[in-house]
Design a protein around this ligand. Structure first.
Ligand SMILES: [Zn+2]
Ligand SMILES: [Zn+2]
Ligand SMILES: [Zn+2]
Ligand SMILES: [Zn+2]
Ligand SMILES: [Zn+2]
Length: 246
């Protein structure tokens, strides 16, 4: 009775995943999968929440009995959801070699540690996708492999540089490079200091010249004042003698 357009795999769990074939009443009529987040309508029919909400967008009738269904009157069945979560399933990587089985609710946990899960290589720039159990083997040859030296010298090694790497040599090279750099900085500072000393000597000379010319001007001024004083003294001395004479 289900509409083929709506019964997409986005709904319930794949029946094939379960270790024991699931009961008929645990199957969603819309998607034919095992109920994922089961909800019950007022007419007591049960569907995956996603499936029935999608269905009701097109027609507000039950896909099983065709009675009208109010989208606000569907109820999540928590107990049923929990008991479905306890059902045993096989790993989705069974085809790649995983033979584990576990409760449906532990599926995510298992996929995070499943040795047959396809995962990307962890080294930046590498596009390889491998089974988790092959990661270490791949890492031994991966050209994007980058790890800091395990002796703690701080050098990032590649497979190519790892063979010739010598912590002592590396550290000495870095030390010498740093020393060379410091020598360059010191020489530049010394040159700068010499230039500043030249400028200061020049300024000192100029200040001395200014002071000397000021002194010369003061001397001239004094001489002028003396000349003026003498001439006025002699004239005042002569005037009264002249008047007494007459
Ligand atoms: Zn469904
Ligand atoms: Zn119904
Ligand atoms: Zn597995
Ligand atoms: Zn890689
Ligand atoms: Zn090292």
């Amino acid at each position: 009775m289900a509409d083929p357009d709506v019964s997409t795999q986005s709904g319930g769990y794949d029946v094939e995943l379960f270790v024991d074939p699931p009961d008929y009443d645990l199957i969603c009529t819309i998607c034919q999968g095992v109920l994922r987040c089961p909800v019950r309508s007022a007419c007591h029919h049960i569907f995956c929440k996603k499936c029935i909400l999608q269905w009701l967008k097109r027609q507000e009738t039950c896909p099983c009995c065709r009675k009208p269904v109010n989208p606000n009157l569907i109820f999540v069945m928590f107990k049923l959801s929990k008991s479905i979560g306890r059902m045993k399933i096989k790993c989705k990587n069974e085809i790649r070699g995983c033979s584990d089985s576990f409760a449906l609710s532990e599926q995510y946990c298992h996929s995070m540690s499943c040795q047959y899960e396809l995962v990307p290589c962890r080294y930046r720039g590498c596009r390889a996708q491998l089974l988790r159990r092959d990661l270490d083997t791949h890492a031994r040859h991966c050209e994007h492999w980058r790890e800091p030296c395990h002796m703690g010298c701080g050098t990032i090694l590649t497979h190519h540089t790892q063979a010739q790497h010598n912590c002592y040599k590396q550290l000495r090279q870095e030390y010498e490079a740093r020393q060379q750099n410091h020598r360059t900085i010191a020489a530049a500072l010394q040159r700068k200091m010499k230039r500043m000393q030249c400028t200061m000597a020049h300024m000192r000379r100029q200040i001395r010249l200014i002071c000397e010319s000021l002194e010369v001007m003061d001397d001239l001024h004094e001489v002028e004042e003396e000349d003026l004083g003498e001439s006025s003294g002699s004239s005042s001395g002569t005037t009264p003698s002249n008047s007494s004479n007459s």
